[in-house]
Design a protein around this ligand. Structure first.
Ligand code: DGY
Length: 337
């Protein structure tokens, strides 16, 4: 097996040092994303890669890179990777769950508060020197968070961490919809009540979207769902672009179907629909849900540890920490030699 690995985007020095202790590392500290053909060319002859959401790992790439054994994605989401194609070819995929849960939940809550209480708009107002009178009773009125109904679409680890913040910290009524209902114990810990999709959209004052992106969650929120919501409602997307139909959302914000939105993720990011840029009642952030110093380092180190477990010399008996397709490991003939 080759001892060469690729790190596709800039990362922390301690992560590179760790990897360089075991591998010949080609990295991309310039941080300019490679084109698909550049990525394929650079991956050839590599046994593993530390990848990021901007890297598309598909069947064409896998067939062009027969030495590749492991794709270790930095991120809990891995919709940039065709996992079935990897599994078929014996390529192990790993992600970075858990280490980012609380940080991302903090961010979801921050975005909710900024959106409901119009913080970004207020900041722009002051900077634009528009604040001339104090004590104006109806200036920049927002919606309360405490005591309101929080709706959560997608109740995995991050959804649960947001629910705990809402229920225990802000005395919110928490309702959720998920592919499968949580156990009674977890519902009790999160103080969360399972509802149908229709009830979720109809009852939420603040809807937070945390569902992973897949073909089945594509445009899970579009015109019809937005029309089911209260006109006073806010929608927060910290999941993935494409779970919300951004065109439908822009229209709903403009015509008052809902009150406001907070978006950390976008269809076609880093490009954002131009109309969203001009709508005042939407808070826009550049996909930074997990971006605290400590958490981004922990994510990159976890990806490195996964790669070390799979590809380093003598790693035969060391299980990767967070495999996405562990079935590759239990079929040794399928794990690329
Ligand atoms: C994740 O972990 O999936 C974040 O969205 C970063 O890509």
């Amino acid at each position: 097996m080759s001892n060469n690995i690729l790190v596709t985007r800039a990362t922390f020095p301690e992560v590179l040092d760790k990897l360089r202790g075991q591998f010949d590392v080609i990295d991309n500290q310039s941080d300019t994303p490679w084109s698909q053909s550049e990525l394929i060319a650079r991956l050839q002859g590599k046994c593993g890669a530390v990848t990021h959401g901007s890297d598309k790992i598909d069947a064409v790439l896998l067939d062009a890179c027969p030495d590749l054994k492991a794709v270790c994605n930095v991120g809990v989401g891995y919709n940039n990777i065709d996992v079935a194609a990897c599994t078929k070819r014996g390529v192990l995929v790993t992600n970075t769950p858990d280490v980012l849960t609380e940080t991302t939940a903090d961010f979801g809550f921050a975005l909710l508060m900024a959106t409901a209480r119009r913080i970004a708009e207020s900041d722009r107002y002051v900077r634009a020197r528009q604040w001339h009178k104090t004590g104006v009773h109806d200036m920049l009125l927002g919606a309360d968070i405490h005591g309101a109904t929080m709706g959560i679409l997608g109740m995995g680890r991050i959804g649960q961490a947001i629910a705990r913040r809402g229920a225990h910290g802000f005395n919110m009524r928490v309702i959720y919809h998920n592919r499968s209902r949580l156990s009674a114990d977890i519902e009790q810990q999160c103080q969360a009540h399972y509802v149908s999709r229709d009830e979720l959209f109809g009852q939420a004052d603040h809807l937070i979207v945390v569902v992973p992106y897949s073909a089945s969650s594509h445009h899970a929120i579009g015109h019809a769902e937005l029309r089911q919501m209260k006109r006073s409602a806010t929608v927060i997307n910290i999941a993935r672009g494409g779970v919300i139909d951004d065109a439908a959302l822009a229209q709903a914000l403009q015509d008052g179907t809902i009150a406001a939105a907070g978006l950390d993720v976008f269809e076609g990011e880093p490009n954002v629909r131009p109309d969203l840029l001009d709508i005042p009642n939407v808070v826009l952030t550049p996909h930074i849900g997990s971006a605290s110093m400590r958490t981004r380092l922990a994510m990159a180190l976890l990806a490195a540890d996964n790669l070390l477990a799979i590809c380093s010399a003598g790693a035969v008996d060391i299980a990767p920490l967070t495999p996405v397709n562990p079935e590759v490991l239990t079929h040794p003939l399928r794990l690329r030699a």
